[in-house]
Design a protein around this ligand. Structure first.
Ligand SMILES: NC(=O)c1ccc[n+]([C@@H]2O[C@H](COP(=O)([O-])OP(=O)(O)OC[C@H]3O[C@@H](n4cnc5c(N)ncnc54)[C@H](O)[C@@H]3O)[C@@H](O)[C@H]2O)c1
Length: 324
């Protein structure tokens, strides 16, 4: 019976931070998982714990090219996510979002698979509404340095909804807010990984401005639960739906928690605030809560503790593939 119920699930970007956790979770639920990744920011190290599993397959593939496989569900996560990575080759970033979406939607249409898109809070751009609800259309610069990512993801959303209208595909669009946890890329320039690495190396912790700006941080396990619950919603629930943790912390509070949890001797230093640094970023997750009863469960200290253990292992040269 277990074999009969086993779904074949494609995860694009499955060797990355979120993708590797998703593959792990799907396998633990008894599914067959095919991971397709071009290893631009993801690594095989992230999948070390899965490579021997007979229900897991890893395929080196760039989703800007078509893919012909037989699957029941697709999670489309492939795309570099941090500004350092997506600005490295901005044309390829737009191609990954747009051609990648067309290829994965084409595959979903051919095999009649359900397909979930990993979209982003960046579709709201530099928002004029706080917190952002899903019916806000955003305020996005179409020609700036971040546009390859923001506009690429917006166009991907358009494609998802056009495939829904034109071809009656079952689509799900998740707008992900800042997520952290083990297997984040160490050099992605994000505040959580930066602070943890600085603290573990006893280097000064660099705060921009006075550190009173607030951010919210969703632990990866909570986000993966939301992906699975969203995929299981009735076919007429498409989203877009915000996924993130609405708990708000100042950057100073985050730094102090990390100092405390690592027992670091680092000091805090203040650097000038970048001109486009938002004062506040917080998701409104009422739709996710109403539609599939989701809300994050992991307190910041617990999530940070696991993330610190991961980076500590990494600095000591231990393998990355298993969650500490
Ligand atoms: N982590 C977050 O806080 C966050 C927030 C918003 C949205 N997202 C979205 O979630 C998804 C996963 O993000 P992540 O944080 O795991 O990033 P990540 O960079 O760790 O993972 C992205 C993966 O996609 C792969 N990839 C990139 N281009 C590809 C291509 N053309 N073909 C095949 N594979 C390709 C990379 O090698 C990597 O394994 C992305 O689509 C990102 O935009 C993440």
């Amino acid at each position: 019976m277990r074999e009969l119920n086993r779904q074949r699930i494609l995860v694009t970007g499955g060797a990355g931070f979120l993708g590797s956790h998703l593959c792990e979770r799907l396998l633990a639920r008894g599914q067959d998982v095919l991971c397709a990744d071009n290893f631009f920011t993801g690594t095989k190290d992230n999948l070390l714990g899965l490579l021997g599993n007979p229900h897991f397959e890893l395929l080196r593939h760039d989703i800007t090219f078509p893919l012909f496989v037989e699957v029941d569900q697709i999670y489309n996560l492939a795309c570099p996510a941090s500004p350092i990575h997506y600005q490295f080759d901005p044309v390829q970033t737009t191609k990954t979002s747009v051609h990648g979406a067309i290829n994965m939607l084409g595959l979903a249409k051919r095999v009649r698979a359900k397909i979930l898109q990993a979209s982003t809070s960046e579709v709201y751009g530099d928002p004029e509404q706080h917190p952002q609800r899903e019916d806000y259309w955003g305020h996005v610069n179409p020609i700036g340095l971040r546009s390859c990512y923001d506009e690429g993801k917006r166009c991907a959303e358009t494609l998802f909804f056009d495939y829904r209208r034109q071809h009656n595909l079952c689509v799900k669009v998740a707008r992900i807010f800042n997520t952290y946890g083990p297997r984040m890329h160490p050099n992605d320039g994000r505040v959580v990984s930066n602070f943890i690495l600085q603290a573990l190396k006893n280097e000064p912790i660099t705060l921009y401005g006075d550190g009173s700006q607030t951010r919210s941080f969703c632990y990866v396990d909570d986000l993966i639960e939301a992906f699975l619950a969203l995929m299981e919603t009735p076919d007429d629930f498409t989203g877009p739906v915000n996924l993130g943790n609405p708990g708000e912390f100042t950057i100073c509070e985050l730094a102090e928690k990390i100092l405390d949890l690592t027992g670091s001797r680092s000091t805090l230093i203040h650097l000038p605030l970048p001109s486009d640094d938002p004062k506040q970023r917080r998701p409104d997750i009422s739709l996710a809560n109403q539609a599939f009863g989701w809300q994050p469960q992991t307190p910041l200290e617990i999530g940070l503790d696991k993330t610190i253990a991961y980076f500590d292992n990494l600095l000591r040269g231990r393998p990355a593939g298993t969650t500490p």
